[in-house]
Design a binder for this molecule. Structure first.
Ligand SMILES: [Zn+2]
Length: 581
């Protein structure tokens, strides 16, 4: 998918803004060539009044299963892509209790409905004509009517909550949709909406985030926070609250006072995942997705033992379903590339990148096994790359995997340094790599790699490793360099500079090495490393018989405590003896 940003000077689109009805002129901000229906160019314009973005093609898609005979990438959705936690965040204020009723509009599989029923004791009713909704009805046993919710849909009594997550951006006429939501909640109920934040549609947003926001052909209106608030108020809601949550807008609207803001209770969410995963007879792909999300939550909550237990269950399942052994880092191997998403998902679980990344965190933090962390992160990044390449071929992408890969490359380098390996070749390759190819890591993450690496090494109590970063400039292909630890005969590379000192053939070569080390960026912030380098240099000079140079250097450094180290003391004794002769 190619994003062609417009200077805002193109031909104005003659129509009223679907959000605020302003007549414009609405100038193009983005064109995605050939991505619209029938390979037409998909053009997005911006309203000068409410700053919402909207497509010039207002036809909208048909969401009935007849229009999608191939069905969705179900494994991708259930195992990884369905953001269950983000879906539930806007319901964080909701209290448990019987008798409460929620309407879920366009909920697809229906995870939010399932959550309020399982964890809050509410009853939920869904309206969604899609194939995904039919699957949710059967897999989760939900009450979903396979039809659109409209202003004409019969309503016996208003609902306590009408919830529509990532729906309104699909609707050709949002005002009619909002009126139907307003009707559903009556005078006391609360409307809960989420939708992509139109402000995130800009050239600084990474492709993994941008592609799902733009979604040509399906996303017709990308509201600004201001636009969504205005639209809700003009629908007749007296109380409206719109929050920008990064790339997403959360909106609550009601005629009654709005509930106080409250985050989703993480324990409640974990309990939901546990309860659901324990349901007998769940479809394997659904079970696998629930367990992965639980595993991730447990790692993030620091519940490491419980997390490892979940990982064992997931690894067993992956061995059975895919014949792939992820239970031990030593068993990991480079993955095969499959250009087609369906094909990729036949060979690997959709959550493989995330699973391996969170497992690497446990290896690093809990098991203090940096070599395992190197291997798990390497496999995670390569899995994420493979999945994203396949998705990109289908005009899709995955922001979560993009984000995980950027974090995983930092952890990979930190763990490599902690294992005594040389971070420089991979670091140099990733810093100079192309964001659109190779490991598919965004430009901003590549630029800030060194900064985060320093911060992490410092935080982990490894200040002496800071300066190892960037000691050599061997540039290679980032994919090959990253895959190296997954090849069977992998051994940790020796630190280049230490090797250079140990193998220098004369005193001049030793001194050159030391000058190069001292000039490295960050050397002044790494006293322990400099101390270690001095020790090696003294020893090497003495081995080469360069006693005068060794003596001069030691005097010049003015750090007599260096002699507390036994090998240094021995070297200095040899120097002293030589001078007496
Ligand atoms: Zn507008």
């Amino acid at each position: 998918m190619e994003f062609v940003w417009q200077s805002g000077e193109g031909i104005a689109f003659e129509a009223d803004c679907p959000v605020c009805a302003d007549s414009g002129p609405h100038r193009p901000v983005l064109v995605i060539p050939g991505a619209g229906p029938g390979q037409t160019d998909w053009t997005i314009v911006q309203c000068p009044s409410c700053e919402s973005r909207f497509s010039t093609d207002r036809r909208g898609a048909d969401y009935t299963p007849e229009a999608h005979p191939d069905g969705p990438l179900l494994e991708f959705y259930l195992e990884q892509n369905a953001g269950i936690r983000p879906m539930l965040e806007p319901l964080g204020w909701a209290e448990a209790g019987p008798g409460r009723r929620m309407l879920e509009i366009g909920g697809g599989f229906g995870f939010a409905s399932d959550f309020v029923q399982v964890s809050l004791g509410w009853t939920a009713k869904g309206y969604d004509p899609s194939g995904l909704a039919a699957l949710g009805r059967s897999y989760l046993g939900l009450d979903i009517v396979l039809d659109y919710w409209t202003e004409e849909t019969p309503l016996a009594e208003p609902f306590d909550v009408a919830y529509a997550s990532e729906v309104i951006e699909h609707i050709p006429e949002p005002s009619g949709f909002l009126a139907s939501v307003r009707r559903a909640v009556g005078e006391t109920g609360v409307a809960v909406l989420t939708t992509p934040n139109g402000a995130a549609l800009n050239p600084n947003t990474t492709p993994g985030i941008l592609a799902p926001i733009a979604t040509p052909g399906l996303h017709l209106t990308l509201f600004s926070a201001m636009g969504l608030e205005r639209a809700l108020r003009s629908t007749g809601f007296r109380h409206v609250r719109v929050e920008e949550r990064g790339d997403t807008l959360h909106a609550l609207a009601s005629n009654a006072e709005l509930p106080a803001k409250r985050q989703l209770d993480s324990q409640l969410y974990r309990n939901y995942l546990c309860q659901r995963a324990d349901t007998p007879g769940l479809a394997p792909v659904l079970l696998s997705g629930l367990r992965y999300r639980l595993f991730k939550e447990l790692v993030n909550a620091g519940e490491s033992a419980a997390a490892l237990t979940q990982f064992v269950l997931i690894a067993d399942d992956i061995r059975r379903r895919f014949g792939l052994d992820v239970s031990r880092s030593a068993a990991l191997r480079p993955l095969k590339d499959y250009g087609d998403a369906q094909e990729w998902l036949r060979h690997y679980p959709a959550h493989l990148a995330g699973l391996l990344y969170y497992r690497a965190i446990l290896a690093n933090n809990l098991e203090a096994d940096p070599v395992a962390a190197v291997r798990y992160t390497a496999a995670a990044i390569l899995a994420g790359r493979g999945l994203r390449l396949a998705l990109q071929n289908a005009g899709m992408d995955d922001g979560e995997t993009e984000r995980l890969s950027a974090h995983a490359i930092i952890l990979n380098l930190v763990a490599t340094a902690c294992a005594g390996g040389d971070t420089a070749p991979l670091l140099a390759a990733v810093e100079r790599g192309n964001p659109a190819t190779g490991l598919l890591i965004p430009a901003e993450a590549r630029r800030s790699l060194r900064r985060f690496l320093r911060r992490d090494l410092r935080a982990m109590g490894h200040p002496d490793m800071l300066w190892r970063v960037g000691m050599t400039n061997i540039v290679g292909d980032e994919v090959t360099l990253l895959a190296a630890p997954l090849c069977q005969d992998f051994v940790v590379d020796k630190i280049g500079a230490w090797e250079a000192i140990a193998t220098a053939s004369d005193a001049a070569a030793v001194l050159d090495t030391f000058r190069a080390i001292w000039c490295m960026p960050g050397a002044d912030t790494a006293p322990a490393s400099i101390r270690h380098a001095r020790k090696l240099i003294l020893i090497r000079l003495v081995q080469l018989g360069a006693f005068q140079e060794a003596d001069d250097l030691f005097d010049g450094w003015d750090s007599p405590d260096l002699a507390d180290d036994e090998p240094v003391a021995t070297a200095l004794a040899i120097v002293a003896e030589a001078r007496q002769r």
